[in-house]
Design a protein around this ligand. Structure first.
Ligand code: ADP
Ligand code: MG
Length: 399
């Protein structure tokens, strides 16, 4: 789960980490009121969307010469102007895709006098089973480009969770950022605080870009992105409440309501499968047959009629879908029950694209008979390879 910049900063501030003061706003009046609470004279009005690159982004409605989603304002009037221009409009950045994201919230913060910008991120490194802290002196830039062009400017510090954040980790961090004196000490302290915050909140990823040194010698988090391990959210009710469903793919939100694991992909063949491993294998075999899956969808072990119907609706709501492949193994559920669910769901949603079904497991013959006698144009398949070939052929034929 992702959260907004202002929410992430408020969480970091609770862990004692330095951030510029700021307030969130949903309307122009709230943005003005937020600015009035700040000391001034420099304010920054920032679009809150779940995507980076806002500063260099462009608003669809405002034309190519308008400013982006991070605006400096030198007076309350300029704050009002910036808020009026941004709220309700669509910001397109390198991370949003062409469609962009509508700006519904703003963050009005203190303008900071920046001496230097740095990069710092943390993530769970699956390869080592440890937490990696990635730091660079090249802050405020596109870190992928830095990693590509000047990899020597990136340092990775690996922390073993059994040992925790040790003083030498802090020294490595401060050294990598080339900091001296008090700032060096501040960086060591910050590293330790960030590690604790990361672990305590079950973060998946925490990126600070930029971390800044101010002209009066403080280290402040100027921009941050934070995401959390969904499997650990049950023990962080306060964080779970920060979820902003308007930032998520509506189909994925609906799928989570039915406890379906759904991820939209770029292809044209919708997949409905039970079990994540089988879903991966199904996507692979579709690709092997020269087509691309439109989604990953795991209906889980107990594929009820209700779940199957919801899954069909979600798949069909995607305009890119030109055919559906159902691949279900009847283990806990019997194949005849699943077949009845598929027939009922196909009738309810008035299926208008080819549907290939491969069933295997308990009562498979009964299941196939139900599909064959349904009067619906459902093609049944004998195995995974057969199923993939059939749906790819059907989609080509229909095109
Ligand atoms: P994004 O990464 O989405 O473009 P940032 O918050 O990183 O958004 O802002 C882009 C740039 O704007 C920063 O690199 C920094 O130079 C400047 N900036 C952001 N917030 C402030 C602030 N509070 N004071 C001064 N400059 C800022
Ligand atoms: Mg940034």
């Amino acid at each position: 789960m992702n959260i907004h910049e202002y929410q992430a900063k408020e969480l970091l501030a609770k862990h004692g980490i330095g951030i510029p003061t700021g307030h969130a706003a949903l309307t122009v009046d709230e943005a003005v009121a937020a600015a009035e609470k700040l000391p001034g004279p420099l304010y920054v009005v920032k679009a809150q969307i779940h995507a980076g690159g806002r500063g260099k982004g462009k608003f669809k409605e405002l034309g190519p010469d308008a400013k982006g989603g991070v605006r400096l304002a030198k007076s309350i009037d300029e704050v009002r102007e910036a808020a009026t221009e941004m709220l309700g409009n669509t910001l397109v950045t390198i991370q949003t895709g062409e469609a962009g994201k509508q700006v519904n919230r703003l963050y009005v913060t203190d303008g900071v006098d920046i001496a230097s910008e740095y990069y710092l991120s943390m993530l769970v490194d699956r390869a080592t089973g440890r937490v990696a802290m990635v730091v660079s002196t090249e802050g405020g830039m596109d870190i992928e480009a830095v990693a590509h062009d000047t990899p020597e400017k990136i340092t990775t510090i690996v922390i073993d969770p059994a040992q925790g954040f040790m003083p030498h980790h802090g020294r490595s961090l401060a050294f990598a950022l080339k900091l001296k004196g008090d700032l060096n000490k501040a960086a060591q302290k910050l590293g330790k605080q960030l590690y604790h915050a990361f672990m305590e909140m079950d973060c998946e990823m925490l990126e600070i870009n930029p971390l800044v040194e101010t002209t009066d010698g403080q280290l402040l988090v100027l921009d941050t992105k934070m995401s959390f391990d969904g499997n650990a959210l049950f023990r962080h009710k306060d964080i779970a409440e920060l979820r902003d469903e308007t930032e998520e793919d509506p189909a994925e939100v609906e799928a989570s309501e039915y406890d379906l694991a759904y991820i939209k992909l770029d292809g044209n063949i919708g997949c409905m499968v039970n079990g994540a491993g089988l879903a991966m294998a199904t996507m692979d075999i579709i690709k092997l047959n020269g087509a691309f899956p439109a989604n990953f969808l795991d209906v889980g072990g107990g594929a009820t009629t209700e779940k199957v119907t919801a899954a069909f609706k979600i798949i069909l709501a995607d305009d890119a879908v030109e055919g559906i492949l159902v691949n279900i193994f009847g283990g806990i559920m019997r194949c005849d029950t699943i077949a009845e669910g598929i027939v009922a769901a196909a009738k309810e949603v008035e299926l208008d694209v080819p549907l290939v079904v491969r069933l295997e497991g308990t009562n498979v013959d009964k299941g196939k008979a139900i599909l064959d006698n349904s009067g619906l144009p459902i093609v049944s398949a004998n195995d995974l390879g057969d199923a993939a070939q059939k749906i790819v052929a059907q989609v080509k034929e229909a095109a």
